[in-house]
Design a binder for this molecule. Structure first.
Ligand SMILES: [Zn+2]
Length: 417
């Protein structure tokens, strides 16, 4: 089947979607349920309708656009991603998977393909943790990973709950209606920019993701004893920041020592109280983000870190609290979907490599209820979540072409003669 991607139209649409933003171009800021997000959603639903897709939304604004199949009695296959963007981000993260998914469907329609299974394009709500502190809210709720009561109580920086904000955005159904049963989709494939440098460095246009690393994040609080920086002598101190410093290095050591490059541990936030030049830090709170593709190895490193920081706290006479923010299992791609993607690359003689995703995506949660896989395209310099994020029209078109072919294979159906 000959598949032609209208990359001019697609890139024009990517630019149009980027104009719904709370920052000046080229930066894009589109926080979930903001006025710009709601305008972008309305614009997107028009594009879906133009392609003849049947659009429906759930109680948190996850949006589904369905291309009917010839057999309505079988579960659909799905593709999609997100359109929310963190402050001062770019225009490709997530968007390539939504508008690219739409163009893949249109390309199949233009080619005269008629799917047997329905093909559904999904736009997930709030993949980014910007507003409510937890990412992938839409896919977590859909997959039953996040209990509705826990979601409803999440608050934004203004103290407004997720439940009230989504209702103000006119998504008013019961939260427990968002969950869908395992088996509701026969497959889910997500097209996404790599957000890393490997494909560009190796000059390979496509990455077939075999595993998505499992993120776990923690908040660690240390209470020591404050005091005057001049008055209190060194042997008598219980400095919370000195304890934290030793702990952060222990975290680095544990992650480095796991024996695998896929283990990564990061402390990205460190708050020091009271934060004065002449005052001994009495309290420190820091974050820990720990990821791995192998859950057993991650758990082992996590246990090692816990033991090390407890020992440090005890030795230094400070108290310690470790709170788990989230701890998610890694996802593995389905061999059948990977085979469909491989065959699609081969059909157009497009080089590809297999790779791991170290960032998590909606696919991580969709993997609880459906076989999944992801398809990566290069992004310049591996840069993402920045205004200069960029993938070329040709790179995007290659991704969309492979996605379209794989969707056709997975949906089954009749090809034109
Ligand atoms: Zn994304």
């Amino acid at each position: 089947m000959k598949i032609e991607i209208d990359h001019e139209k697609l890139n024009h649409e990517i630019d149009s979607l980027a104009s719904f933003s709370d920052s000046d171009p080229p930066a894009v800021t589109r926080v979930v349920f903001s006025e710009q997000d709601l305008k972008a959603r309305a614009w997107l639903k028009q594009r879906f309708a133009e392609a003849g897709l049947i659009v429906r939304e759930d109680a948190v604004g996850n949006t589904f656009a369905r291309w009917k199949g010839t057999n309505s009695g079988v579960p659909p296959i799905a593709t999609g991603s997100h359109i929310d963007a963190i402050p001062h981000a770019g225009k490709y993260d997530g968007v390539v998977g939504v508008l690219g998914g739409l163009e893949a469907i249109r390309a199949l329609q233009r080619a005269g393909f008629q799917p047997e299974r329905p093909i559904e394009l999904i736009m997930f709500t709030s993949e980014e943790p910007t507003r409510f502190g937890l990412g992938c809210l839409g896919s977590r709720l859909m997959s039953g990973t996040l209990p509705p009561a826990a979601a409803s109580a999440l608050t934004d920086s203004e103290g407004e709950t997720f439940d009230s904000v989504r209702q103000q955005a006119s998504f008013t159904g019961p939260l427990d209606s968002v969950r869908i049963a395992p088996g509701s989709y026969s497959a889910f494939v997500e097209l996404h920019i790599e957000q890393g440098p490997i494909l560009e460095q190796e000059k390979i246009p496509l990455g077939l993701v075999t595993n998505i690393a499992a993120p776990a994040s923690f908040q660690i609080t240390i209470d020591g004893e404050g005091g005057h920086a001049g008055g209190r002598l060194m042997p008598d101190r219980r400095d919370a920041l000195c304890a934290a410093s030793e702990m952060i290095l222990a975290i680095e050591r544990a992650a480095l020592g796991s024996g695998a490059a896929d283990t990564v541990g990061t402390v990205g936030i460190c708050q020091v109280h009271p934060g004065a030049v002449n005052s001994i830090p009495s309290r420190v709170q820091f974050s820990l983000d720990l990821r791995d593709t192998d859950p057993a190895r991650r758990d082992r490193v996590q246990a090692e870190i816990e033991a090390a920081i407890r020992e440090i706290a005890m030795r230094r006479g400070v108290s310690l609290a470790i709170d788990t923010v989230n701890s998610d299992p890694p996802a593995e791609s389905s061999p059948e979907i990977l085979a469909a993607l491989t065959a699609a690359c081969d059909a157009d003689a497009l080089p590809y490599r297999r790779m791991v995703s170290r960032a998590y995506h909606d696919s991580s949660f969709m993997s609880r209820i459906a076989p999944i896989a992801m398809l990566f395209i290069p992004c310049r310099g591996g840069v993402s979540h920045r205004p200069d994020e960029y993938s070329s029209p040709e790179e995007i078109a290659s991704g969309v072409k492979v996605l379209a072919r794989a969707l056709a294979t997975l949906a089954g159906g009749t090809e034109p003669n």
